[in-house]
Design a protein around this ligand. Structure first.
Ligand SMILES: *Cc1c(COP(=O)(O)O)cnc(C)c1O
Length: 451
């Protein structure tokens, strides 16, 4: 029988996360303090993050145990299935074998609970009663609302205003799980008030929402801040995806020639790819690892590799990363989760070292791929996920032309049920492409810290 799904039994779910810092050929550049520009120590981060998460951020241990209570909640939806896209292969008439890991199966509909759950757990363990965070399209906010609900933590989410207005259902999910969600810029913080004073119609950005959430957390002893992507510990929590894939690919009797995921801050990409990068570094496998970003916000392919602020107001740590500048306002593409000016330090570092590849794709081409996927595999994907699907289809078409029987694996980061307005716009023929003007990156330099 030709299998479609590879289901890993609960008892075979990985019990530790993989930390790539143990295997990097060159260590990561350190974080710097946003004011003093000196290397940051754990004490500087303690007002913001749980100590266990700070330890994970800099840990050099290869594997870190997943706490029993986190595993228990993971098992509500994990292991997630690995699919062979046989109907898509047929439609493309490709000799390639295409596999996708379905992360839509979490209650929030994406991979993000993989990190939201441990982040809420460690904060609860350390006596924290309240968390703050930012959210773009609402995926992270809803995932953290789910997690905080399990551990009885109060949550305040600063949601980028343009999405708050466009995507009310994500806000309603957060409220259903018991969180509070306000549009950013909000009148509740100094950064929000300053932005509103300068422009009452400011529609917000992730960088600004981060400033608000950080400022809120700094002001209360019972409150910490959490970030849904970018940071090392977030990518590490997501590696359960790739570790499950390794076992499932073995069940299928194959090994991927190329591993693909979309990148916003880099967490779902890191999640599926880093365990395979381990194989590349330690077992000399030749797998290509491909990060796909939007042409409208192309930090890896057009950004500068520089120390930059993680947020607009310059309160978050300064990070060496590929960046378009902390004041960059990405155009209003529908892939809200890919509209961040920077990139995870780990992904930036691996790209700089030439261990991973990056590619930018334009919005129309991603929706075209999403429609093909919906009409073959049946699944309606998040606009972010459509970036990965686009690249997987392009790789499969190349195989049709060369006759190569490559094994392609991509991460299906989430479903698109709350993005039907975007699909409608595409179907009406009204969707636009946005190309980032490469010369713009020079302007961004003027806002970067002098270090
Ligand atoms: C948030 C999100 C992304 C982008 O975030 P990463 O941290 O880069 O993974 C991609 N896909 C979905 C469905 C998301 O919700």
């Amino acid at each position: 029988m030709d299998s479609i799904k590879y289901i890993l039994p609960e008892k075979d779910m990985p019990t530790s996360w993989y930390n790539i810092q143990a295997d990097l050929p060159v260590p990561l550049p350190p974080y710097l303090h946003p004011v003093t520009k000196q290397v940051i120590g754990p004490g500087d981060l303690a007002p913001l993050f749980a100590m266990e998460l700070i330890k994970q951020e800099v840990s050099q241990e290869r594997f870190i145990d997943i706490p029993e209570e986190v595993q228990k909640i993971y098992r509500q939806f994990r292991p997630s299935p690995l699919y062979r896209a046989r109907r898509l292969e047929q439609a493309l008439d490709t000799p390639a074998h295409i596999y996708y890991k379905l992360e839509d199966v979490s209650p929030a509909g994406s991979h993000k609970p993989n990190s939201a759950i441990p982040q809420a757990y460690y904060n609860m363990k350390e006596g924290i009663k309240r968390l703050t965070t930012e959210t773009g399209a609402g995926q992270w906010g809803s995932s953290l609302a789910l997690a905080c609900n399990y551990f009885d933590i109060e949550l305040k989410v600063y949601m980028v205003k343009v999405s708050y207005n466009q995507k009310p259902y994500r806000r309603m999910m957060m409220e259903t799980w018991g969180a509070t969600c306000v549009p950013s810029p909000s009148p509740d913080t100094n950064s929000g008030r300053a932005a509103l004073a300068a422009d009452p119609n400011n529609m917000g950005s992730l960088g600004l929402a981060i400033s608000e959430a950080v400022e809120d957390a700094m002001q209360r002893d019972d409150t910490h801040y959490t970030l849904g992507s970018v940071l090392n510990h977030v990518l590490m929590h997501q590696t359960i995806i790739g570790q499950e894939c390794q076992k499932q690919m073995e069940m299928a009797g194959e090994y991927p020639d190329v591993v693909i995921a979309c990148v916003g801050g880099g967490s779902n990409f890191g999640g599926i790819a880093l365990p395979f990068v381990y194989d590349k570094l330690r077992k000399d496998t030749k797998t290509r690892v491909l990060a796909v970003e939007p042409s409208s916000c192309p930090s890896l392919t057009k950004g500068l590799y520089a120390y930059d602020y993680g947020d607009e107001a310059g309160m978050a740590p300064i990070t060496k990363m590929f960046t378009l500048g902390s004041h960059f306002m990405p155009p209003p593409v529908h892939a809200g989760g890919l509209r961040y000016h920077g990139m995870s330090p780990i992904i930036s570092h691996l790209h700089k070292l030439g261990i991973i590849e990056a590619r930018a794709v334009n919005q129309l081409a991603t929706f075209e791929a999403g429609i093909t996927f919906a009409r073959t595999e049946g699944i309606i994907s998040a606009p972010e996920t459509n970036h990965a699907i686009r690249a997987a289809i392009d790789e499969a078409i190349k195989c049709r032309e060369t006759g190569e029987k490559k094994v392609i694996l991509f991460n299906h980061s989430g479903h698109g049920y709350f993005d039907m307005t975007a699909y409608n716009t595409y179907l009406l023929g009204d969707l636009s492409d946005y190309e980032y003007p490469a010369e713009k990156v020079k302007e961004a330099q003027s806002f970067m810290p002098q270090v």
